[in-house]
Design a protein around this ligand. Structure first.
Ligand SMILES: [Zn+2]
Length: 475
């Protein structure tokens, strides 16, 4: 019983014999000493300094966000917990996983321990007893921990903290009995990262218990016993911006123990595209050319732009998940139709794939305009921007010859899916090489070139889905 309330520290002088995979080991030898006795904060500090000394980015999974990375490195060095504030879909979870990678891939722990106690500073009473009384204690490797705890207003104490009963020990239950000790999620994050997804949604009574555990390193049981519990973890939490859909607030004492970092949308178009490409679920299939990546990413970014007229109707903006799904859907659509490279016609006659990706990921004020209308307008605006970029790639002194070639190529309406022999039209071909990065992109490049000339000059007409015709030059 006395161990329960004591701080137990194991040194070479009072240590039992340790077995690892059945072999006796000296845990203080050079090979093993880095895998125990250090706190999570110490591991993270060492790791950050190591990255700094080599001028490397400790969070390569995160695209951009240089300022936020600096703040987080500093917070972690100072031994702080971190609160990410921002809307869903901007990488808060990815960031927390990236922080967990600062921990060693594995650590030494007491074998059979429910929370993976350190063999030199046990936290649970079962390990305290074992390490002080047993002659031999078996150890094991535990992998790096990142425990996600979803904020749930219905969460119970048992789920979050766990069940601990001194009463049961007094009644003679074994220390390892589940009635005596069953760790909840936070306790399972011992020696790892506890990621609270939507911390504010956790009932405030539980937030108080959490604060007690993290700050005072103790737990008050339902029976009123106060038990020391040295849980070693860094809390990374996320929360939506205040007053967003009735999510309850984080209590003051808890908030006071965290450094807040705002995580917003990607700053540049290039970062938006990079995030989309990295997270797509459709890894293979049709090529997504530059002009379509830009158009799709622009649709999402226009929806977030508060100065833009159409987006003023948008109440909830689409996150990077919209960008990711737009990329996936365009590739899916093009691949299904057997296109080697995605085309504008793969967006659908009325931009159905854009609607598919955006409808569930944004909200508009319905009285004013329908969501589909907003999506179509955003797509048109994004296409205008991309097309003017393409149009500007045409060398001015080439334009006349290009149009002469096009007047022959598109003398009759052409179907962009079935154009052959572009190489025979020298000026068209040379212009396409300025747009496309590889041969497979040529038909798609011809389509966007025709669309760009249509949008910017009106010298090309669109007659039906994917069909273009020369509108007359020098008429
Ligand atoms: Zn233990």
């Amino acid at each position: 019983m006395e161990y329960i309330f004591e701080d137990v520290v194991i040194k070479p002088s009072n240590a039992p014999r340790f077995l690892l995979d059945g072999v006796e080991v000296d845990i203080w030898c050079e090979e093993l000493r880095d895998y125990h006795s250090k706190s999570i904060v110490e591991y993270v500090r060492e790791s950050i300094l190591e990255y700094e000394s080599r001028s490397l980015d400790p969070f390569p999974e995160i695209v951009g966000k240089d300022v936020e990375k600096e703040m987080i490195k500093n917070a972690l060095m100072s031994g702080s917990n971190v609160l990410f504030r921002g809307r869903k879909g901007y990488g808060k979870t990815t960031f927390s996983k990236s922080i967990a990678k600062l921990l060693p891939e594995k650590m030494l722990a007491v074998k059979g321990c429910k929370i993976g106690c350190d063999p030199t500073q046990p936290s649970c009473f079962s390990c305290k007893k074992k390490l002080l009384e047993n002659e031999v204690v078996e150890l094991t490797w535990i992998p790096r921990k990142w425990i996600r705890i979803a904020g749930d207003p219905m969460m119970t104490t048992r789920q979050l903290i766990g069940g601990i009963s001194i009463q049961k020990i007094r009644e003679g239950y074994d220390l390892d009995h589940p009635e005596v000790f069953t760790p909840g999620k936070v306790l399972k994050a011992h020696r790892g990262i506890a990621y609270f997804d939507e911390l504010g949604a956790i009932p405030s009574a539980l937030q108080t218990l959490l604060h007690e555990l993290l700050e005072e390193k103790q737990i008050t049981t339902p029976e009123g016993d106060i038990i020391p519990m040295k849980i070693d973890t860094i809390v990374i939490a996320s929360t939506n911006p205040a007053n967003y859909r009735g999510v309850s607030d984080i209590k003051e004492p808890l908030l006071d123990r965290m450094e807040e970092v705002f995580i917003g949308p990607p700053e540049t178009l290039e970062e938006e595209i990079e995030i989309g490409l990295r997270n797509m679920s459709l890894r293979d299939g049709a090529i997504l050319p530059d002009w379509h990546l830009k158009t799709l990413a622009r649709i999402v970014r226009l929806a977030r732009c508060k100065e833009c007229r159409v987006s003023s109707f948008i109440e909830i903006e689409p996150s990077c998940r919209a960008t990711i799904k737009l990329f996936d859907h365009l590739r899916a659509s093009a691949t299904r139709k057997g296109h080697v490279c995605a085309m504008l016609i793969d967006y659908g006659k009325n931009y159905e794939i854009v609607k598919l990706a955006l409808r569930s990921r944004m909200e508009v004020e319905y009285d004013e305009i329908s969501k589909d209308d907003v999506i179509v307008k955003l797509t048109e605006e994004a296409l205008n921007k991309t097309c003017s970029e393409i149009y500007n790639k045409i060398p001015r002194d080439e334009f006349k010859d290009l149009m002469k070639d096009l007047s022959e190529l598109c003398f009759e309406p052409i179907d962009v899916e079935k154009v052959d022999g572009i190489e025979d039209f020298d000026h068209v071909y040379r212009t396409l090489l300025l747009i496309a990065r590889r041969r497979e992109e040529l038909s798609s490049a011809l389509e966007i070139l025709l669309e760009s000339i249509k949008r910017c000059t009106g010298l090309i007409d669109k007659v039906g889905f994917g069909r273009y015709v020369y509108a007359g030059y020098e008429t």
